[in-house]
Write a protein that binds this ligand. Sequence first.
Ligand code: APR
Length: 231
Amino acid sequence: MQDIVILTGAGVSAESGLGTFRDTDGLWTKYDLAEVATPEGFARDPQLVHDFYNARRANARGAVPNAAHDALARLERAHAGRVLIVTQNVDDLHERAGSQAVWHMHGTLAGALCAACGHRWEAPPLMAPDDPCPACQRPTTRPDVVWFGEFPYRMEEIADRLAACDLFVSIGTSGSVYPAAGFVAEAAARGARTVELNLEPSSGGALFDEARHGLASEIVPAFVDEVLAPR
Ligand code: APR
C-alpha cells in the first residue's frame, strides 16, 4: 500500500487566482520580502506587514480551490494508503477542497500568534499592530506565518513521513526555498519514487525520477487518475 507525501507550493493555487512569488508577476516582484516576510521587517514596520497579510487574507478568502486541489482531495479519499500534503502555502484551499491531512509548514493566513505569550487564535479579517492578544492583552500580535529566518513548523514529523513514504510528489513549487527544497533528496535517499508536477522545471528538477510540466489543474488530476488506476 503506497504511502504518499505531497509537497505543494504557490503554483498549485495560481489558477485559483492567488499570486505566486517568483513568477514574472509574483509577489516578490512587487514587495521586498525583507520588508514584509522577515521578523526584522515586522519590527521595523508592523503596519506594513499587517497590511500585506490583510490583503493576502482577503485575497485567499475570495479564492476557490481549483481542479488540482480537488484531485488531491480525491486521492486522499480513494487511496488505501496514507496521503499527506505538506504545503508551503498559507491559504486554506487544500482544506476547502476536502483534504484532511494538510500540514502548513509555513503557517497559515487564518492563524494569529502572540509573539509575547505564544497564544494562537483565528485571525480576524484585519489585524493591526496594537491589537491586544486575547490571552495576555499585550499588543504583540502577528500573523501565524513563518518568515524567512524562522523555523518552519512540524519539521521532525515531516522528516519521519519523508523517510516512510513510497511516493513523493512535488507540485507547484520553484524549489527555491529550504528546507522544502531538500525534501526530494530526503525521500529519494529512503527509496521513494519522486515525481515533480510543475509549470516548468524547478531548480531541483533534475533530482526527481520523473517530471511532468504543465498547468496543475491539468497535470495533477491526470497523475491522480494514474495513481488510483487499478494495477
Ligand atoms: N501550475 C503548475 N505550476 C505553476 C503554475 C500552474 N498554474 N503557475 C506557476 N507554477 C509554478 C512556477 O513555475 C514556479 O516553479 O509554481 C512555482 C511557484 O514558485 P514560487 O513562486 O517560488 O513559489 P513557492 O515555490 O511556493 O515559494 C516557496 O518561498 O517566499 C517563500 O514562503 C514563501 O512558501 C513560499 C516559498
